[in-house]
Design a protein around this ligand. Structure first.
Ligand code: URA
Length: 233
């Protein structure tokens, strides 16, 4: 998702509930600082990383946020939903309304979900060129065999998108459990891949995204801020 951009005059007008003429006056008097520098230009861009003060009072902080959530089954990966609880509803943070989801999970999928207000970071993490590995634990209705490994590595043709899936790694954990690593994220990708074997997925859980592993201390519904190390891509 791209970062949201606004202009300084609009930002000040809405934040301080004053008209644009008063905003101009305020800027002319040198009362507003943007990123530590006196601001005179009404058109200065203001995004999630802009620091704005007026008369020494902070109007906008510029700290980026990076969050991991253990998404439970039955909670929707969206910021608003009429029917279901959303992942945003689970966050106990002041800035939760400013966050966006980095790589959605289906309603009945659990596990690692990332949220941030840093559009550049999420774009990089999700871009197909970055080929960031996403690892899932999959529980299948029927027994899995060795044949699956080669088929996942070769890729499957998806007619709707007219693409062949990137080589995926499948590791057999037990008769009904596999771990699958993807470097892309097509719609219902894992369910569709196992669908080729007519083997329904009965449990799907995301374990990791790149070097970010779901913290085992987080029970379903719990979240925490990422560490500096985890943020590095
Ligand atoms: N593949 C799916 O089918 N569902 C998900 O939520 C993630 C990957």
């Amino acid at each position: 998702m791209e970062s949201k951009r606004a202009r300084l005059d609009r930002f000040l007008s809405s934040e301080l509930n004053i008209n644009r003429k008063d905003v101009r006056l305020m800027l002319a008097k040198g009362r507003v600082f943007v990123d530590g520098v006196i601001a005179r230009d009404i058109q200065l861009p203001v995004d999630e990383f802009t620091h704005v003060t007026c008369d020494g009072q902070v109007l906008k902080d510029n700290r980026p946020s990076y969050v991991m959530l253990h998404k439970p089954v039955g909670v929707v990966s969206a910021t608003k939903d009429d029917k279901h609880k959303t992942v945003i509803d689970l966050l106990d943070r002041e800035d939760s309304d400013e966050l966006h989801i980095v790589g959605r999970l289906d309603l009945n999928t659990s596990g690692l979900l990332l949220l941030t207000n840093d559009g550049r970071w999420s774009k990089k993490l999700m871009s197909p060129e970055s080929k960031v590995a996403k690892r899932y634990r999959v529980t299948l209705k029927n027994a899995i065999s060795e044949d699956y490994i080669e088929a996942f590595a070769k890729g499957f043709y998806f007619e709707f998108e007219d693409i062949t899936t990137q080589p995926a790694q499948l590791e057999l954990i037990s008769e009904h459990i596999a771990e699958v690593t993807l470097t892309e994220g097509k719609y219902h990708q894992i369910k569709r891949m196992f669908g080729r074997f007519r083997n329904p997925v009965i449990g799907l859980h995301r374990i990791s995204v790149g070097n970010i592993i779901l913290d085992p201390q987080l029970t379903p519904g719990m979240s925490r801020t990422l560490t500096q190390q985890e943020i590095l891509l």
